[in-house]
Design a protein around this ligand. Structure first.
Ligand SMILES: Nc1ncnc2c1ncn2[C@@H]1O[C@H](COP(=O)(O)OP(=O)(O)OP(=O)(O)O)[C@@H](O)[C@H]1O
Length: 507
């Protein structure tokens, strides 16, 4: 199958998200699609999937122009999208999820299920996508859930697969396995569009690269000859520095102390098991770990989103174990949450409103019960510019921003409040390299000015680049610690500890 997008233009009011974009992808190749936040990648893919009708331009399949009246037309034409946020039903099995939505009767009968299970196995064997068809989704690791999403589109006979930031949630080992699957799909004649912000990955997996900038194609690249630095410059239009510069390590007093903390998951399993941890002013402590080892619950307990089952949290000399989220904000704790959609922003609020979501009651923005809107607008406009939140106006709604720009909005809000401690969970997820560079600089500035920083990231490179000390969590416990301020840490040793091999990895 051969797919061409010709002269695609898509506007949202005054914003031109795609301006005459041409894109060509053929059977048996991986096309890497790159571009800074807001460049128009998601919009273009939504046009290809039938979610948006283009204002101008056409989609041509095997030489014939087609029109999609909705996603089901695109699916029928053989186009499948694997979304970044999985759309699986946790309490259903793999096979049930795969046939969900296409079962003819609306009810899954025995024959449908048996056929689905057989086909899940067959697809798995063909492409190395091994999954137990009877496993419950909620019991599967994230990497395996992603395979289910891919099986789902293959089950619907997709010939073109769009993979939207597929490695964001995977561990380094899972990424390698995943690349094996992508190659198997390509070798079987599928056309693959691979979207990511990770430049080394795009160079490894793509046969060709297309870069979007400002809604237009900014260039094409050959992964054989391009370097990550050249690619970064093509994307953002200026050189990007991958190094982080920090002042000498000179920490102050202990600012945050977590003592023998135990936190339960919703199903009462132990997520955090007797963890003790300290963060001083003027230092960055990094929590490394594979997703699902308790880091999220630990951060939720520290920021007040989850009540601990035991232990205590001391901040700035005060016991905050049972303080409200708002009280913690008011005491000077900033929080960049892991899931920006759920706890970071309110989509229907404007950018300006989101910018003061947890400080609108501050004297700067309120006099008595009324909000001082001119001050709020001024503040929002200034920081949206500083953090390069791409929007025509701070009156726009947050949902109208691209994913990366929503993330920049959350980071801007938290880094510009008057705080002493920053808790940052996956602060640069979904950000382009230029924005990552800027956010890293701001986090280090906060540390150099004496703030304490606790950062959690599944990007080992990010943890190693920023942290003065690194702790590794595995199965709810801290299993290793590394003093990065003494000199470069051994990434392999951190990786081993993340996988649970503690004795070999002991720092
Ligand atoms: N529903 C919408 N309403 C208004 N504007 C929108 C909407 N969706 C996207 N846009 C705008 O279109 C432009 C392109 O956004 P898009 O989401 O396609 O970017 P992207 O390249 O996928 O970015 P990211 O890397 O951050 O995901 C942005 O300026 C964005 O604000």
């Amino acid at each position: 199958m051969d797919i061409e997008l010709r002269g695609i233009t898509k506007r949202f009011g005054p914003v031109v998200a795609n301006a005459g974009v041409d894109l060509h992808v053929r059977a048996g190749e991986v096309l890497g699609l790159l571009g800074e936040n807001g460049a128009g990648k998601s919009t273009l893919m939504n046009v290809l999937c039938g979610l948006y009708a283009p204002d101008e331009g056409e989609i041509v399949i095997d030489g014939r122009p087609v029109t999609f009246d909705g996603p089901s037309d695109a699916i029928a034409a053989g186009i499948g999208m694997v979304h970044q946020h999985f759309m699986l039903v946790p309490v259903f099995t793999v096979a049930e999820n795969v046939i969900l939505g296409i079962e003819p009767t609306g009810q899954l009968d025995f024959l449908d299920r048996a056929a689905a299970r057989r086909q899940v196995r067959e697809i798995g064997d063909q492409y190395g996508l091994r999954v137990d068809p009877d496993a419950l989704i909620e019991e599967l690791p994230v990497g395996v859930q992603q395979r289910v999403e891919i099986i789902k589109v293959l089950f619907r006979s997709a010939d073109v697969l769009i993979l939207d930031e597929p490695t964001a949630v995977l561990t380094p080992q899972e990424v390698e396995e995943f690349f094996g699957i992508v190659r198997a799909l390509r070798d079987a004649g599928k056309a693959i569009i691979f979207i990511t912000h990770k430049l080394d990955e795009i160079l490894e997996i793509s046969d060709r690269i297309t870069v979007l900038r400002g809604g237009r194609v900014a260039g094409q690249g050959d992964p054989e000859t391009l370097t990550t630095r050249q690619l970064a410059e093509m994307m953002v239009g200026r050189p990007v520095s991958f190094d982080v510069e920090k002042a000498a390590y000179a920490p102050g007093d202990v600012l945050l102390e977590v003592r023998e903390l135990t936190v339960l998951r919703n199903n009462d399993e132990i997520a955090v098991d007797d963890v003790s941890l300290a963060v001083r002013s003027g230092e960055i402590v990094g929590i490394a770990g594979v997703q699902g080892n308790g880091q999220t619950a630990l951060i939720e307990a520290i920021t007040g989103l989850r009540h601990p089952a035991g232990g205590s949290i001391i901040y700035d000399g005060r016991d905050i174990t049972h303080s409200s989220v708002r009280a913690r904000h008011a005491m000077g704790i900033a929080h960049i949450p892991e899931d920006r959609q759920r706890t970071g922003i309110i989509g229907d609020f404007t950018i300006a409103e989101n910018m003061v979501l947890n400080s609108y009651y501050d004297d700067r923005y309120a006099s008595g019960p009324s909000i001082r809107w001119p001050e709020v607008m001024q503040h929002a406009a200034r920081y949206a510019a500083d953090f390069d939140v791409r929007t025509p106006s701070v009156h726009a709604k947050a949902f109208q921003l691209s994913g990366g720009n929503q993330q920049k909005l959350v980071v801007a809000r938290e880094l510009t409040r008057d705080t002493k401690l920053l808790i940052a969970a996956q602060p640069t997820r979904g950000l382009d390299v230029g924005s990552v560079e800027y956010i890293h600089k701001r986090i280090v500035e906060a540390r150099d000015e004496g703030d304490g920083v606790l950062i959690m990231s599944s990007e080992l490179d990010e943890i190693v680049a920023l942290s003065d000390r690194i702790v590794v969590m595995f199965k709810g416990r801290i299993v290793a610690e590394f003093d990065a301020f003494r000199g470069p840490v051994d990434r392999n040793a951190v990786g081993l500890a993340m996988a649970g091999s503690v004795s070999e990895a002991a720092a």
